[in-house]
Design a protein around this ligand. Structure first.
Ligand SMILES: [Zn+2]
Ligand SMILES: [Zn+2]
Length: 465
């Protein structure tokens, strides 16, 4: 079989791989690079076009995060005959997220914050949504291509990362031998607050396509979820008791809903006052509805729990009402998670950081030099240090508390190594991580499992596996 990565970079990049087994061509994930714009953010489909004998029969989308889903309308436009496979929950999320992405691209161009033409519009997104096929977990389905001489099948496993996230098992025959490939995509072994931990195939696999997000993060393996939950609860209580407001910047899909579930638990256990107002906004609310609607037919730790069962207020629209809300103790659980410019969390942070009673609690990944990361750095340098949240506003002194809590939807690197041991692959392809992360994973796999053949493909590289 041939494997070509179309979006892999030295950063997290865009998740998108092309597989060719016999005459069947499969695109695994259709991600866009969140750091880039326009065609630069898209996987390199020219690599497929360069090979007239590389068909695209199927597309599999592992979950609805932008770096796995964002290029899908372009994929269906480029390969109109391909069938698209995902979970039922991902399909519902895609119906919200992709039209929103089309609107955002148009708005940015209109506002002048970009000169890049939108890659697709809402009509194209809608047209492409008719070819999405949903499959249940652990149920084999056919993935043979139009000109296939051997059968290829797929099977989905719960990836424990966000609502609807999947690991994908592919099985086919090559020269009379049974072969298999398991793609972890983004995978989380431990239970979160809403979403239970991942389930993996109970069989040895031939090829493991393994994510490496936390490969360079030693802290992720030493902190436990329980200790971080306790620390966050106590920290929230301290700030609220002194009359401060807490900003919790979150990713609207996944972390946002998980944090609301946690705040609910703190309230029910009396760790924070039950009357504390919790504010949410925008996309996070639309996504919460999908979490609630699918709670009986997707994996849950407690199917009775509803995100909208947690008391929450819509973020005030007018500046005056927002100013009033910020004067009282409350929790603002809003996007973006890295406090990017022109987002709600950035706007709130600008208004909050001058007051020492307040706090900003980062609960997800903040990449280097994102405004979220700048807040952490400035805080470490001491109270009153200047920080730039918005280029237009310039430096502002940081007087409020800033802290980081580790709640990841990804397995830590030790858990990834134990997965390698369980699945006992002959070959591993490392994807989806910064350079350092892949290096640590590769070194440790070589050390602990010297018989496994390891590949760390460069952007656009084709491997014969
Ligand atoms: Zn993800
Ligand atoms: Zn990802």
């Amino acid at each position: 079989m041939k494997f070509t990565t179309l979006g892999e970079t030295n950063e997290i990049g865009a998740s998108c791989h092309y597989l060719l087994m016999d005459h069947t061509g499969i695109i695994l994930d259709a991600g866009a690079d969140p750091e880039k714009e326009g065609m630069d953010s898209m996987p390199d489909f020219q690599l497929i076009a360069d090979h007239p004998d590389w068909p695209v029969d199927h597309v599999i989308v592992s979950h609805a995060h932008h770096d796995h889903l964002g290029a899908l309308p372009l994929v269906t436009k480029t390969f109109p005959h391909a069938r698209v496979h995902m979970s039922a929950a991902t399909r519902q999320l895609a119906d919200i997220l992709l039209p929103a992405s089309a609107r955002l691209q148009r708005r940015k161009l209109k506002e002048g914050s970009t000169t890049v033409d939108p890659l697709f519009d809402e009509d194209e997104v809608e047209a492409s949504s008719y070819v999405y096929e949903a499959h249940p977990l652990e149920d084999e389905f056919d993935l043979s291509g139009l000109n296939a001489e051997v059968d290829v099948t797929g099977e989905f496993f719960d990836a424990g990362h966000i609502l609807g996230s999947l690991g994908v098992m592919l099985r086919w025959e090559e020269d009379g031998n049974a072969r298999s490939l398991f793609y972890t995509s983004d995978t989380g072994r431990r239970n979160q607050t809403i979403i239970p931990g991942a389930v993996y195939p109970q069989e040895d696999v031939d090829i493991l396509l393994l994510e490496s997000t936390l490969g360079a993060d030693p802290t992720a393996e030493s902190v436990t979820r329980r200790s971080e939950e306790k620390r966050l609860g106590e920290s929230l209580a301290t700030v609220l008791k002194r009359g401060g407001t807490v900003l919790m910047p979150v990713f609207s899909l996944g972390r946002g809903q998980e944090m609301l579930a946690l705040i609910d638990r703190y309230k029910r256990r009396g760790i924070i006052d039950e009357e504390t107002p919790v504010y949410t906004a925008g996309m996070m609310r639309a996504i919460a509805e999908v979490y609630d609607k699918t709670r009986f037919n997707t994996p849950r730790l407690n199917e009775e729990f509803q995100v909208f069962g947690v008391q929450q207020r819509r973020l005030p629209r007018s500046n005056d009402a927002l100013k009033e809300a910020l004067k009282r103790p409350g929790i603002f659980c809003v996007g973006s998670g890295m406090v990017f410019e022109r987002t709600i969390s950035n706007k709130l942070a600008q208004q909050m950081i001058g007051n020492p009673k307040n706090a900003i609690f980062l609960v997800g990944f903040a990449r280097e030099d994102s405004p979220g990361d700048r807040l952490l750095t400035a805080h470490a340098q001491g109270k009153g240090t200047d920080v730039i949240l918005s280029q237009a506003k310039g430096p502002q002194p940081l007087w409020c508390d800033v802290d980081r809590f580790r709640f990841s939807g990804h397995s830590n690197r030790r858990e990834l190594l134990s997965l390698v041991e369980e699945l006992n692959p002959k070959k591993i392809v490392l994807v989806h991580g910064e350079k350092k992360a892949k290096e640590w994973m590769a070194d440790n796999i070589r050390f602990f499992f010297p018989d496994i053949e390891i590949h760390v493909p460069a952007e656009g590289e084709t491997l014969t596996l």
